[in-house]
Design a protein around this ligand. Structure first.
Ligand SMILES: [Zn+2]
Ligand SMILES: [Zn+2]
Length: 93
């Protein structure tokens, strides 16, 4: 068995993983359909792509943060799981 590989007819991007969403308009690859939806908006019946680095969210404290980041693999991933950024470290004396 090999990893499922996907390609795009309009660019050289290759990616794997069934949850990935590749935009056929701006040729970015997203880690999930929710992120894809966040960058793509309908305007007067016409689809429009928003640069992911310009998509931000504001929390209750008023702090603005970006919704997704580009990984080394060239895939835009969300930050829904901030706990993953903090591996538990305890009792390492
Ligand atoms: Zn797009
Ligand atoms: Zn493409």
């Amino acid at each position: 068995m090999t990893d499922p590989r996907f390609t795009c007819g309009g660019c050289d991007n290759r990616w794997s993983g069934f949850n990935r969403c590749h935009c056929s308009a701006c040729h970015r690859t997203f880690g999930g359909v929710g992120l894809f939806d966040a960058h793509h908006r309908e305007r007067r019946g016409k689809g429009e792509c928003i640069p992911p680095e310009q998509i931000t969210t504001t929390n209750k404290a008023g702090a603005v943060s970006r919704v997704m980041f580009l990984t080394d693999a060239g895939i835009w991933q969300g930050t829904e799981h901030p706990s993953q950024n903090r591996p538990p470290k305890r009792g390492t004396r």
